[in-house]
Design a protein around this ligand. Structure first.
Ligand SMILES: Cc1ncc(COP(=O)(O)O)c(C=O)c1O
Length: 374
């Protein structure tokens, strides 16, 4: 089976990991982290052109810690899309705040700014735009809304490392940005994540939150957790950073091949292909198509799976329809059910692999499967 994403690990990665083992330096409880963590943070800092990077042990930790650093907790509301991985909403719930779900745009599956505006109340403390599949959210408008209402933007850039919005890296445009380096992401550390910010005070707060609120020894000063990234993971990240541009280039080439092969279906009105926005660059984390008919999606998904291609529906169901959140909504006066574009996307999208380990043959198999099925 060709998986939807697969990490590209090579001899360089293995050597970096072996070096950590040889030095017996698996982790560090120091405020600034171990040597590899600091080196990995420096590489990310210059790649993203941002003042501060705090590496943590997952994208979930990155969002959770970001919200904690803003003082968000019980009684507060945070607006986010339901069409995302459940981690975005879980990070809000972990602070004690209430997730409020907004709808998405049909074009790029990112949060609908007009719906966000409708959902702002005097309890709203933050908005989390999710740059889904690598598509960039409308950050200009969101920043303006946030400023006008004195609320913060925490970018969920877990899927969008390398995507640009008006020539700036996603994750660096809101108050804070959160990345995931889970094994399926464009850059991986196995499990891992990072928070980026230009704010010095928030940076100092996050260093404490990452490490049980401690600075020197056991002098816990704020609430924190163990969110540290192990040195072995940071070592993988350092090796991955060396080939990040190459990996992104291959994704783009693969996406162009798929676009060419599937364009005929778009012309016939059967399919909507993903497009790079005019004001941005797309990292091609996933190649997500939208079908006019749900029945066509199901046919193609099953044919691709039979052909050994791990085509996947992200997200089935969206967060507000998962049992935990659905039950929560039923016990409150939530209007979370009124998310028409989210419901459309849930039932009509399909993500295809374009990762760097795909061969031309694999890509041709996808196109041929479409041709033989529809
Ligand atoms: C949109 C989104 N948000 C948050 C996360 C959470 O990241 P992690 O799995 O590293 O905790 C992920 C990744 O899985 C994600 O895709």
């Amino acid at each position: 089976m060709i998986p939807i994403n697969k990490p590209w690990l090579d001899d360089d990665t293995k050597q970096e990991v072996l070096n950590v083992l040889a030095e017996n330096s698996l982790t560090s409880p120091a405020k600034n982290g171990g040597k590899r963590v600091q080196d990995f943070e420096s590489l990310l800092k210059s790649y993203l052109s941002v003042k501060h990077v705090i590496a943590v042990n997952s994208g979930t930790s990155a969002i959770h810690a970001s919200l904690l650093s803003l003082g968000i907790g019980p009684g507060d509301e945070v607006i986010l899309p339901s069409f995302t991985f459940v981690a975005t909403a879980n990070s809000v719930v972990a602070t004690g705040a209430k997730p409020v779900f907004a709808d998405i745009n049909i074009d790029d599956y990112t949060i609908d700014v007009d719906d966000v505006e409708k959902k702002i109340t005097d309890k709203t403390k933050a908005i989390i735009p999710v740059h889904l599949y690598g598509h960039t959210s409308n950050l200009n408008k969101l920043n303006a809304i946030a400023k006008a209402n004195s609320i913060n933007i925490v970018e969920d850039a877990c899927q969008s490392l390398g995507s640009l919005y008006n020539e700036k890296q996603t994750g660096t445009i809101g108050n804070l940005g959160c990345f995931s380096f889970y094994a399926s992401k464009v850059l991986t550390t196995g499990e891992g994540g990072a928070i980026v910010t230009d704010d010095d005070d928030i940076y100092e707060e996050l260093l404490m939150i990452r490490n049980h609120g401690m600075v020197n020894g056991y002098d816990t000063r704020v609430f924190g957790l163990n969110l540290r990234l192990p040195e072995l993971c940071a070592a993988i990240g350092i090796s991955q950073m060396r080939k990040l541009n190459q990996m992104l280039e291959i994704r783009k080439t693969n996406a162009e091949l798929l676009s060419e092969g599937l364009r005929g279906f778009e012309h016939k009105g059967i399919l909507k292909l993903p497009k790079e926005p005019e004001n941005g660059k797309f990292n091609w984390y996933l190649f997500t198509v939208g079908f006019k008919e749900n029945s066509h999606r199901e046919l193609i998904k099953n044919s691709l799976l039979k052909a050994g291609i791990g085509a996947t529906v992200y997200y089935d169901p969206p967060v507000h329809k998962t049992p935990y959140y659905d039950n929560k909504n039923k016990s409150s006066d939530s209007s979370a059910d009124l998310l028409p574009n989210t419901t459309w996307a849930w039932t009509h999208v399909l993500s295809l692999p374009v990762h760097p380990l795909m061969t031309t043959n694999d890509l041709n198999t996808i196109v041929k499967t479409f041709e033989n099925t529809l």
